[in-house]
Ligand binder design. Sequence first.
Ligand code: G
Ligand code: G
Ligand code: NA
Length: 251
Amino acid sequence: LRSQEEVDLALTRDEFIVHYQPQFELASNRLSGVEALVRWQHPEMGLLQPGQFLPLMTPDQCQALTRRVASLALRDADRWSEAGLSLSMAINVTPAELMNAELLSLMDNGRRGLSHRAPIVLEITESDSMDDELLGGEVAARLRLHGVEVSVDDFGVGFSSLSRLQLLPISELKIDRSFVRDIHEASQDAAIVEAVALLGQRLGIRVVAEGVESLDRLPLLRTYGCTHVQGFALGRPMPAEQIPVIDRMLP
Ligand code: G
Ligand code: G
Ligand code: NA
């Protein structure tokens, strides 16, 4: 693991970059959006994955990182949209950042003057650090004001709770990849995926199956009512330049 001093240096030297993983809409079979995934382009160690540096970052460093990621992501989304490719942009944030008014308005302001018009989606992994009191009306109102959507990541594991679906303006559930990876008919995984997809349908929100590692999972995910898919079988996280040249339809 790297040291916190090294992370500070990396932030000032702009060593953090973003890769994008494609998401496809099952109804149209089209490329519909991307998830921004941070990487550290380390001068000696090469490309580091989030698991190698996120755990040691302080909340302040995380927030600085989110600003950096958001600004790169908005810039890239804007370039794609000028090239005729309008894609939703998902950015991972911590629950604390979701409650940070300054950060939200920064994303909103960053978008002004850009031609990117597709949704900006903030992905949160729920944790026990989420304070239901704080999450109440004020945060929800602010999110709506800034036109930013919320997605619940890793839904079905950890601390995700159904009551929070009522507190926040959530527009998407991402089914944790542990349920998607080995899904086959009549399995427990299938029951869970189907139930989450039905929940999403009833709530009128998107349901993304993440961790799709094989194309032969697609018919089942479609049958159960997932609306979107993401995973290595459909595209690995890749540099921004590659997004406009990948196949825009599901195979
Ligand atoms: O890219 P990879 O699958 O290795 O990412 C691992 C985890 O790191 C993801 O599940 C995601 O939650 C987290 N992550 C990736 N990019 C970001 C980011 O820009 N900000 C935050 N806070 N977490 C991220
Ligand atoms: O949970 P979250 O959306 O943050 O997950 C993003 C992480 O998942 C990234 O690190 C990405 O590399 C990884 N990922 C993306 N697609 C797949 C997949 O099909 N299988 C596995 N095992 N990991 C994946
Ligand atoms: Na995520």
